[in-house]
Design a protein around this ligand. Structure first.
Ligand SMILES: Nc1ncnc2c1ncn2[C@@H]1O[C@H](COP(=O)(O)OP(=O)(O)OP(=O)(O)O)[C@@H](O)[C@H]1O
Length: 248
């Protein structure tokens, strides 16, 4: 009998997790599913544990209790552990950049991808325009402003088009114009199926592309749907109207 090979969304599932630092109980959660084709707004006051949760899902740290598992990713080769580390890309609010130019930062990680070179070249050109980095390409990345660094890091993620992407306060250093550029890139990634977890302690421009919310409150993380009218089409229309650009 033929078996049906259904491809499931790449996802990271946290079950019955609890996080403590020494005696301090930060949060608990029964079940959290972070997956492709879903954009989640991670909300909560300063210090409630949003960054810590992202580090757990990125596999940088371990929960005090509970399990975090990945599904739907290709199996790691036999010489590498099958841990969740590296499955979801995590972008810190002060992003890590390599020493070197903006162009070097955009292109260096691409050599580790198996994606067709021509496709990557084309996406790089598009990302440079989307993030409005063309006039900065030869400049040292370390000399960029905080907002420009974040635009660069998000452009790099846009080129890579990961299955899962976590953005920690991505627009915290940005003026309105940069926020619109980032919103457009995030709306594109959403349309392309990238699952995203976007943290901010308050509602911001990016919230409109989110279809789910995780709220960290009273040391508990709860998950909910956001109303369906805040969909990708609306975000695209808003962005293209404000920027007077066509979005492909
Ligand atoms: N390695 C650690 N050891 C001890 N305490 C830590 C550690 N990492 C984080 N904390 C504490 O955990 C709490 C949550 O920190 P976290 O950075 O996750 O919060 P956050 O919600 O992202 O905050 P913000 O909105 O201000 O960025 C803070 O009180 C922080 O001091």
């Amino acid at each position: 009998m033929a078996t049906i090979n259904r491809k499931i969304n790449a996802r990271i599932i946290a079950t019955n997790i609890e996080m403590r630092f020494e005696n301090k109980h930060l949060f608990s959660a029964t079940k959290l599913v972070f997956e492709q084709n879903r954009v989640i707004h991670l909300q909560g006051d300063n210090g409630c544990g949003k960054t810590t949760l992202m580090k757990l899902l990125a596999g940088f740290i371990e929960p005090t209790a509970g399990t975090i598992q990945a599904q739907g990713f290709s199996a790691a080769p036999w010489w590498r552990s099958n841990s969740i580390t590296g499955k979801a890309i995590y972008l810190h609010q002060h992003p890590y950049l390599f020493e070197g130019s903006v162009m070097y930062n955009l292109t260096y990680p691409l050599r580790f991808l198996s994606t067709d070179r021509e496709i990557l070249k084309d996406r790089t050109e598009q990302a440079i325009d989307k993030a409005q980095l063309r006039h900065l390409l030869t400049q040292a990345a370390s000399s960029l402003s905080g907002g420009e660094k974040q635009r660069l890091a998000i452009a790099r993620a846009w080129i890579i088009q990961p299955k899962l992407l976590m953005l920690d306060e991505p627009t915290s250093n940005m003026d309105k114009h940069s926020q619109h550029l980032v919103l457009q890139m995030i709306a594109d990634l959403k349309q392309q199926g990238t699952g995203m977890l976007i943290s901010s302690h308050q509602t911001c421009m990016l919230t409109k592309v989110c279809d789910h919310a995780w709220l960290v409150c009273d040391k508990t993380i709860t998950s909910s749907n956001i109303s369906a009218n805040q969909d990708i089409a609306k975000a695209h229309i808003d962005v293209s109207t404000r920027l007077n650009v066509s979005i492909g």
